[in-house]
Design a protein around this ligand. Structure first.
Ligand code: SF4
Length: 446
């Protein structure tokens, strides 16, 4: 899809440019040494843009120092300041980074005031050559948007269009847009709706594409690839982030795979495909389990999401670490991948659906450890959506359609949510998983 181009430091995002791979630090921004160390590792792994959270004005000098020290080391990767709520922080940090990521709808409850604050930020960004990402998340659509258009993918797109119109009025085009959701169907519908709305207006801004709170491990990778690849196949998406609740460096090979595949530099290891009705059989010869997993997610994600297929059987071989062929059928991997694909495309749920944010500088506890503990104790709770979120400020708002939420507060305290309601506040982390499981089981028994 033809888009205008945004300049983010040395990079160009948009039509004609390769898909840009990005990730985000999960260190505390005030811990400058840890953030520098992680940024160096990200750069070494191939991250083309690095995002760093900027929770408040006190973090602006930290970001400035991090950027200066990276530049002194010869690392000129563009940095993005991640802002929640505070337009003052966005305005203060804009001169010192290549891009700011905001959700302007969260700047102020009063829409007119939010518009005034956004206009000030646009002015500062224009003066300093700083780009803006308008980042709308399904979980945190404002009351006004929901009352106007509902809690829908179209509402996300319309919310973005309001801010893009303001950018156009200000002749500011250094803008990238994202519409994220942990639900692959919602996320794909939202981006498609926005792409259509922008095309109709005759001005298409570049899109940052990702599945938010995708979790970790195989499921996080498959869910991310299903959602992102469905859009990239349609030419929607100019920069991508794969969000994993892991060391963020692990996100980069998955994102690199997606970028290379849809830039035409890499191909699937599928060797044959037969389709009868809405059932596909694919026979693979893959160089590794990891490549097989990414290949099948991209080969079938869109077809499952769009209900062109109802079932996929995966056959053939992948190579183990010694290069020996392993049968996909007899190892049980084929059936497992088929189940995971169906769940990622939200066609059939064979296990609980987990939502987990990747964590960021706002996380005050061992998010990755807590997520593993919750998964280990809840695997029997099929047909339940369980969120594990990294901070009490944004976590509850971001966990969208979760049935249950485990939200770390810091100081070894956890709050457990049922839907959007906090059921147990400030319980200690040593008992939190037990209490969560008890609550879910007793609720299911009612
Ligand atoms: S919900 Fe997770 S990713 Fe979002 S701000 Fe909180 S810790 Fe960071």
């Amino acid at each position: 899809m033809k888009t205008i181009q945004a300049k983010v430091g040395k990079l160009t995002i948009g039509s004609g440019s390769p898909i840009v791979v990005q990730t985000m630090c999960n260190t505390h921004t005030g811990d400058i040494e840890a953030t520098l160390e992680q940024s160096r590792r990200m750069h070494g792994a191939g991250a083309e843009i690095i995002r760093i959270t900027c929770p408040g004005l006190q973090d602006v000098p930290h970001l400035k120092e991090i950027r200066e020290r990276l530049r002194a080391e010869g690392i000129d990767t563009p940095l993005v300041a991640d802002i929640h709520f505070s337009s003052e922080t966005a305005i203060a940090v804009a001169p010192f980074v290549e891009k700011v990521r905001i959700n302007p709808g969260n700047f102020h409850k009063d829409h007119e005031e939010a518009r005034r604050q956004f206009a000030r930020l646009v002015q500062v960004c224009k003066e300093h050559g700083t780009a803006i990402r308008i980042g709308i998340n399904h979980g945190s659509l404002g009351e006004r948007i929901v009352s106007l258009w509902g809690n829908t993918p179209e509402a996300m797109a319309k919310a973005a269009m309001e801010w893009l119109d303001m950018c156009e009025e200000a002749s500011f085009y250094n803008v990238v847009v994202s519409l994220k959701s942990s639900n692959t169907v919602v996320m794909v519908q939202a981006y498609r709706a926005l792409a259509a709305m922008m095309q109709e207006k005759g001005r298409v801004f570049p899109l940052h594409v990702g599945v938010t709170e995708a979790g970790n491990g195989d499921s996080g990778r498959i869910k991310s690839c299903v959602g992102i690849s469905a859009l990239l196949q349609e030419g929607i998406g100019n920069t991508i982030r794969v969000s994993l609740t892991e060391d963020p460096v692990n996100e980069i090979p998955v994102a690199r795979y997606l970028a290379d595949r849809y830039d035409g530099k890499l191909f699937s290891s599928m060797t044959a495909l037969s389709i009868e009705g809405r059932r596909a059989v694919a026979t693979y010869d893959s160089p590794s389990r990891e490549k097989l997993l990414l290949d099948v997610s991209c080969d079938f994600g869109k077809r499952l999401l769009d209900r062109d297929l109802d079932e996929v059987q995966i056959r053939g071989f992948y190579r183990d670490e010694k290069g020996e062929p392993v049968s996909i059928e007899s190892s049980g991997l084929g059936e497992y991948l088929s189940d995971e694909l169906m769940q990622a495309a939200r066609r059939r749920f064979y296990k609980p659906e987990y939502i987990a944010c990747p964590g960021c500088g706002r996380t005050m506890y061992d998010l990755q450890g807590a997520f593993e503990a919750v998964k280990a104790r809840t695997s029997h709770l099929k047909d339940t959506v369980i969120a594990v979120m990294g901070c009490i400020v944004n976590g509850p708002g971001e966990m969208a359609d979760a049935d249950w939420g485990y939200v770390g507060e810091g100081g070894h305290k956890v709050t457990i949510y049922k839907g959007k309601t906090a059921l147990l506040r400030h319980i200690t982390d040593t008992e939190a998983v037990d209490r969560l499981v008890e609550l879910i089981e007793s609720s299911n028994a009612e």
